[in-house]
Design a binder for this molecule. Structure first.
Ligand code: AP5
Length: 189
């Protein structure tokens, strides 16, 4: 199994690049943001609780997202590999992911971190907010999401760096150029 963490701040292109890598390599795409929005769309109890937190630009509790990831891992024992998009976002999530993968005799091969300046992130998300209908794509919540990322999520990059599994990738440019940068790393794993 080849397992990749696609890491980066809100708007860095994790979802966009994950879709391309899924088509190119056959990874299973595990996006906790998509899973939570699916719960919201179905108006489940979990979705209704998560929506308030997401609309405030804050992180949903570790227990909820770890549980969702565990269910998806259990459901796909024969996958070629997984792309984790938007997960892990805290050290507790990163440690839990390592434990879950170890139980399946596999591990994270590499964390690919998309590096994008804040002004570019904000511009992309404000632009998307004009038509996305996402409750968190407004300027105030975007700024809160970026702050949460800085405070709670950047330590996750250090976590993978200490394991010699962090690759920083320039996330500015054409989508296809960034895809090439990611592929050139994945092809050598
Ligand atoms: P999540 O859905 O994970 O959102 P996010 O991390 O804020 O990321 P985005 O989806 O906004 O951006 P992205 O990096 O995927 O970029 P994208 O490709 O979409 O999380 C949402 C919320 O759910 C969180 O705030 C939290 O509340 C909760 N949550 C989720 N996971 C959690 C977890 N593990 N723990 C706790 N809470 C969790 O691109 C963005 C835009 O830019 C698009 O319009 C795209 O078309 C455009 N774009 C992409 N690439 C380029 C490019 N190269 N040039 C120009 N435009 C580009």
């Amino acid at each position: 199994m080849l397992n990749i963490v696609l890491f980066g701040p809100p708007g860095s292109g994790k979802g966009t690049q994950s879709q391309l890598l899924v088509e190119e390599y056959g990874f299973q795409h595990l996006s906790t943001g998509d899973m939570l929005r699916d719960e919201i769309g179905r108006q489940t109890e979990l979705g209704l609780a998560a929506q308030k937190v997401m609309d405030a630009g804050q992180l949903v509790s570790d227990d909820i997202v770890i549980g969702m990831i565990q269910n998806r891992l259990d459901a796909a024992p024969d996958a070629f590999g997984f792309i984790f998009d938007g997960f892990p976002r805290t050290i507790a999530q990163a440690e839990a992911l390592d434990r879950l993968l170890e139980e399946k005799n596999t591990k994270i091969a590499q964390c690919l971190s998309l590096e994008v300046p804040i002004e570019v992130l904000t511009e992309r998300l404000v632009e998307r907010g004009k038509k996305s209908g996402r409750g968190d794509d407004n300027l105030e919540t975007i700024q809160k999401r970026i702050q949460e990322y800085r405070e709670k999520t950047t330590p996750v990059a250090d976590y993978y760096d200490h394991q010699s599994k962090l690759s920083k990738v320039d996330g500015v440019g054409e989508v296809s150029e960034i895809n090439e940068r990611l592929r050139s790393i994945i092809d050598h794993l």
